[in-house]
Write a protein that binds this ligand. Structure first.
Ligand SMILES: Nc1nc2c(ncn2[C@@H]2O[C@H](COP(=O)(O)OP(=O)(O)OP(=O)(O)O)[C@@H](O)[C@H]2O)c(=O)[nH]1
Length: 340
């Protein structure tokens, strides 16, 4: 067997809708500009991968759907990683975690894989939604808040994203809060993850976090343990994932085009418990199809021409919301179309 090169691995973490895919695109462009061949492992809790539509077709990508690599399908991570390396020989791999993933569990998963694969975990990049974190920080409670804290603590580098949605004073407040939780990772404020990617990658030199002797093999410094004053159940076996128990996903396949205005009104009236949605839609009153995004109450529509056979579908993610109410609402939109 030829002496295979070591593949650098980056974990991309951050709560649902914080901007991970936005940053992924920047990372991929950066490496491509340097003549490197990046590959992506994309994990979604839903059963369709819409983020994949935003990544260039020539980038090798493995999709891990309908589960979270930090728990239910964690064992598959090393299998997928080995397959990707063997098939595509990438120069670098990014693992985009689901927004509800606990990064320490993914670190464990990658570390397990490092036992029988030549990989080098470079670090955890965590993207933070400024406005969302600020709201939860003010409330000081909830599983989402705790999960965001864990994702921040586990980071080797932090992108404080969506600063367009907070004031300068709030941004400073967030920076000081975040640096209390993780005093090691550099914090880079950004809009649409516009940061100097070279600076981000250079910051992962492994100077932060744990002393070398305490690190698991192949694992980069994370800063988590040093700051970790809460109890976390991170043992490899028998752990309980409180974070996931409350998260629900509803996938709605549309029967046909809907009116764009009606759809926007429906989205504006969705319960707060739906905190993330994304989909591909055909509107009866526009010529093209759209990629729909909804993160922390902010909708976004991007004109797209999907390659291949992509159905009209919307995935709703949140906690304790009525799937039936969402389904009925969507069906009513489809029905209105049918009547016109
Ligand atoms: N206002 C604002 N919106 C942003 C910013 N960055 C990203 N977005 C939007 O936020 C939405 C979610 O961005 P993504 O990059 O898909 O987030 P994600 O973390 O990959 O989402 P999940 O994969 O569902 O967890 C999209 O509509 C983006 O266009 C920003 O800095 N400001």
């Amino acid at each position: 067997m030829p002496n295979q090169a070591t593949t650098p691995i980056y974990i991309l973490s951050g709560f649902l809708g914080s901007g991970k895919t936005t940053f992924l695109q920047r990372l991929v462009n950066h490496w491509q500009e340097q003549g490197l061949r990046p590959a992506v492992i994309m994990n979604e809790i839903g059963d369709v991968n819409l983020d994949g539509l935003l990544v260039e077709e020539r980038v090798p990508m493995t999709e891990m759907l309908s589960g979270c690599i930090c728990c239910s399908i964690r064992g598959d991570l090393s299998v997928e990683m080995a397959g990707l390396i063997e098939r595509e020989h990438p120069d670098v791999i990014v693992v985009e975690a689901t927004g509800i993933a606990n990064p320490m569990e993914i670190l464990d998963g990658v570390t397990e894989a490092a036992l029988y694969m030549k990989i080098d975990l470079k670090g955890v990049l965590t993207v933070v939604d400024s406005a969302h974190l600020l709201e939860l920080y003010r409330e000081q409670k909830g599983k989402t808040f705790r999960l965001m804290q864990e994702q921040i603590r586990a980071a080797s580098c932090l992108i404080l994203n969506k600063t367009d949605r907070v004031t300068a004073g709030e941004r400073e407040e967030l920076e000081s809060v975040i640096s209390r939780w993780n005093g090691y990772a550099p914090i880079l404020p950004a809009v649409r993850c516009e940061v100097d990617v070279a600076e981000v990658l250079a910051s992962l030199g492994g100077k932060t976090g744990l002393p070398e002797s305490d690190k698991p093999d192949g694992a980069a410094s994370t800063g988590l343990e040093a700051e970790d004053e809460e109890h976390h159940s991170h043992s490899a076996a028998g752990h309980h994932h409180a974070h996931h128990d409350h998260v629900m996903v509803y996938t709605h396949y549309l029967r046909g085009p809907v009116d764009s205005g009606e759809f926007e009104r429906f989205v504006a009236g969705m319960p707060r418990e739906v905190y993330r949605a994304k989909g591909v839609l055909t509107f009866s009153d526009t010529a093209s199809r759209f990629l729909f995004q909804y993160a922390f109450r902010e909708p976004d529509f991007l004109r797209i021409t999907p390659q291949g056979d992509v159905p009209d579908v919307v995935v709703f993610i949140g906690e304790h919301f009525s799937k039936t109410a969402i389904e009925n609402g969507m069906r009513a939109l489809e029905g209105q179309e049918g009547r016109s």
